[in-house]
Design a protein around this ligand. Structure first.
Ligand code: NAP
Length: 289
């Protein structure tokens, strides 16, 4: 087994972002800014917000945070977002998910101005990604892309794992991970298969993968029976089991196989945060061009 080190790759990316922000600060006296919004007090979300704010501090992004009451109405959340859209001091807006009531999540996301949508979940940004012909076009157009899928692509590219022409199986079809990831992989010339809870013959399909990406949210669901010899395995899952984090892949069960693999923690998670910083800088640049 060869470990794909998300901490090392994200640290390099964060150092590069810091350098770019230092240059902006020195030449123009301004820095990018991010507003995070948390509705309620979900403990996991509180930890994610803390990590995101710490990362902002590391690179010199000004971060602000608003914590709304868990009973806040859709109307109140959208009113806050609209105020932030009009606030010229804010470059990026991140609405921490999940919301306490999921039935209006997309409506709240839709209220975020696409140019400040650092999570890349607004239909305009998702649509721009879907319409892109290739990776070069995605980069050139500075599209804001969902942080976790972008982090996975960055991880693969910086671990010297070829995507072009490869058979990639993604388990999970969420708007947050699976769907945008499939578009990014297509733009990088992979042959992409997306699986979900209704997929038949999951094991056999996964075994055909040269790159297997797992984003289902089921602790240690994937064992060696799903993995082809020589494959790359990217574990997106984050699950808390008896106060410890684990992925969707049973790491201990597969660690002696001839594979490249990420670990949870220390794999995709740090990349997601690095990509949030990248997106905030991108939003700043798009607004200040
Ligand atoms: P989600 O919205 O719940 O989607 C889960 C997907 O997995 C769905 O498409 C579901 O299929 C599929 N699935 C569930 N059980 C399955 C099974 N037995 N066989 C095949 N497919 C199955 O979750 P998500 O937001 O995409 O997140 C997935 C995981 O990634 C979670 O553990 C989450 O915590 C983690 N995550 C990590 C990061 C990070 O930074 N590392 C970021 C985001 C999410 P259906 O569509 O048919 O229901």
């Amino acid at each position: 087994m060869e470990l794909i080190d998300g901490i090392k790759i994200s640290n390099n990316k964060i150092a590069e972002i810091k350098k770019r922000i230092d240059e902006i600060k020195n030449s123009r006296g301004i820095v990018p800014s991010l507003m995070t919004i948390l509705v309620g007090n979900n403990p996991a979300s509180q930890i994610y917000i803390k990590l995101k704010m710490q990362a902002c501090k590391r690179v010199g992004i000004k971060s602000f945070h608003i914590n709304l009451d868990k009973n806040s109405s859709q109307k109140n959340i959208i009113a806050l977002i609209k105020n932030l859209n009009n606030d010229s001091n804010i470059d990026g807006i991140l609405l921490q998910l999940p919301l306490p009531k999921s039935n209006y999540t997309q409506k709240c996301i839709n209220a975020i101005c696409p140019s400040k949508d650092v999570d890349g979940l607004h239909p305009t940004n998702a649509g721009l990604l879907n319409l892109s012909k290739n990776w070069d076009e995605i980069i050139k157009k500075n599209i804001l892309i969902s942080c976790t899928p972008l982090g996975v692509i960055y991880l693969l590219k910086h671990s010297n794992i070829e995507i072009d022409g490869k058979i990639v199986v993604i388990i999970g079809r969420s708007n947050l991970v699976g769907k945008p990831l499939s578009m990014l992989l297509l733009a990088n010339n992979a042959t992409v298969i997306i699986c979900h809870s209704k997929t038949k013959n999951l094991k056999e399909i996964c075994k055909s993968a040269e790159i297997l990406i797992v984003a289902i949210g089921k602790p240690k669901f994937i064992n060696g029976d799903f993995i082809k010899d020589g494959a790359t395995v990217i574990d997106v899952g984050i699950n808390r089991v008896v106060s410890k984090l684990c992925g969707d892949v049973d790491f201990d069960a597969v660690k002696n196989m001839n594979i490249k693999i990420t670990h949870v923690p220390g794999g995709v998670g740090p990349m997601t945060i690095a990509m949030l910083l990248e997106n905030t800088l991108k939003a700043f640049n798009n607004r200040n061009m």
